[in-house]
Design a protein around this ligand. Structure first.
Ligand code: ATP
Length: 433
């Protein structure tokens, strides 16, 4: 059993590597600091999270549409958004060991590595630069987007022209973002390349505070629903932090951080911000305001922005699901998120008739679910192996199967088994996932 939070985190990281959820990036070349690759199980978990989000927030709502924009954009985007001048963190360097830190994350005013004195802070811009095309001079400099948000503003007019949407409505996007973080770390919590799921929700310019606050509260409630219903995270492990006025980003009038109790501390999982009309006003200053379809008035819509980190969602889900019991480790993932929904086992590997029947069932279930097949070792070990990766159900084909077309189905959480007819398997799984 993990005794400390550090030990718990180590166990989760090691399970991720051992079972193929997340590997260190470029490992055979000695790795690349803080880069991680999602393995065969990790990509399934991550895709299940992204698909659930897209379905819930883009496809199932009447007031939303989606886009998928290029991640390298015209550098003028970052000028208008304020990122080139403002998107920075305070950097300090130790005079002795020359290690660098983010000043606002330090608890004391000395080097956490060697105790040395720190040199004064300078602002370090987090934009990741590269050159586009064959010339590597100033004119070819471009930036990897540090957030997916700006594309929703830049494409706002195209979306309107093609969809004739009326306010309020939102644009959602899932995609990679890049930040040259000073101190990445804590596994996939803070990396330089990560993925976001973001919504820009456009509302009428508010006449009074309540007008934007009601949209803000609506999204606050949606974030709660997502955390509890879609991810299966206990709301008690979330801390809602009202960001103090003097710490708000340059565009924000109100920001709320949704923090999760990670083993390494309470840290930001998601955010919610009221961005006013800052973004559209800046991006559309040359084109002019948008003409409201209802009133014909020329306005710059205001924006409420809920934002979700994909990788932090994966990490929170893993931390929440990881349970050590006496003789097994279980990932109590919500069945809808589990990489495999069901595993199929022939009772004995050396009985061809059992193996053939198991393979038949495996192939037929594969049309509808992600299915694992395992015929190694004894049944008990196979159960534990599936428990550790969160597979909610295991189906065993035994001698009785050959006689009456029934199998045992075992539940991950209760470890109880029951016999059911093969023809009922599909419905049973659909009902329980
Ligand atoms: P932090 O304070 O942790 O640096 P932030 O407030 O700068 O985060 P936002 O700009 O609000 O983060 O980004 C929206 C979301 O994107 C965050 O809530 C988080 O889930 C995710 N995110 C931001 N930076 C990273 C990162 N470096 N690695 C992984 N996810 C990130």
């Amino acid at each position: 059993m993990a005794k400390t939070n550090a030990e718990l985190m180590e166990k989760i990281v090691s399970l991720c590597k051992r079972r193929g959820f997340v590997f260190p990036g470029s490992e055979i070349y000695g790795g690349l600091a803080n880069s991680w690759d999602y393995g065969p199980l990790g990509v399934e978990l991550k895709n299940n999270i992204k698909n659930a989000w897209w379905k819930k927030f883009v496809q199932q709502r009447d007031d939303m549409v989606g886009i998928d924009a290029a991640l390298i954009m015209n550098p003028k985007v970052w000028e208008s958004s304020g990122h080139l001048s403002n998107f920075s963190d305070p950097l300090v360097e130790c005079k002795k060991c020359h290690h660098r830190f983010r000043e606002d994350q330090l608890e004391e005013k000395k080097c956490p590595d060697c105790g040395g004195e720190l040199m004064f802070a300078k602002q370090f811009n987090l934009m990741l630069k590269t050159f586009l095309g064959p010339v590597d001079d100033e004119s070819a400099i471009v930036y990897f987007r540090p957030e997916t948000a700006q594309a929703m503003f830049v494409d706002f007019k195209n979306v309107l022209d093609t969809t004739r949407r009326k306010l309020p409505f939102g644009i959602g996007q899932i995609g990679k973002a890049f930040r040259n973080e000073i101190t990445p770390g804590n596994f996939i919590f803070r990396t330089r390349e990560f993925e976001q799921m973001e919504i820009e929700y456009f509302i009428q310019p508010p006449k009074k505070e309540e007008d934007w606050n009601s949209a803000f509260e609506m999204w606050r409630g949606e974030i709660k629903n997502w955390v509890t219903d879609a991810l299966g995270i206990n709301w008690e492990r979330i801390h809602e932090l009202e960001v103090p006025k003097d710490e708000l980003a340059h565009y924000s009038k109100r920001t709320m951080d949704f923090e999760y109790h990670f083993p390494f501390g309470v840290s930001e999982l998601y955010g919610l911000a009221y961005r006013t009309d800052f973004d559209l006003k800046n991006h559309y200053k040359n084109q002019g305001p948008y003409e409201d379809l209802d009133s014909g008035e020329k306005i710059y819509p205001h924006v409420i922005e809920p934002t979700w980190g994909v990788d932090r969602s994966v990490l929170a889900v893993l931390c929440e699901a990881y349970v050590e019991e006496e003789e097994r480790v279980v990932l109590k993932l919500k069945p809808s998120l589990a990489p495999y929904k069901v595993a199929v086992f022939p009772l004995l590997k050396n009985k061809p008739e059992l193996v053939a029947r198991a393979q038949e069932i495996f192939s037929s279930l594969k049309k509808y679910f992600t299915v694992a097949f395992d015929d190694r070792g004894n049944i008990g070990k196979r159960y534990y192996s599936q428990d550790e990766i969160g597979t909610p159900f295991c189906v065993t084909i035994d001698f009785e199967t050959l006689e009456n077309d029934t199998v045992t189905i075992r539940d991950r959480d209760t470890m109880k088994q029951q016999r059911i007819k093969i023809e009922e398997l599909k419905n049973y799984l659909n009902e329980h996932i």
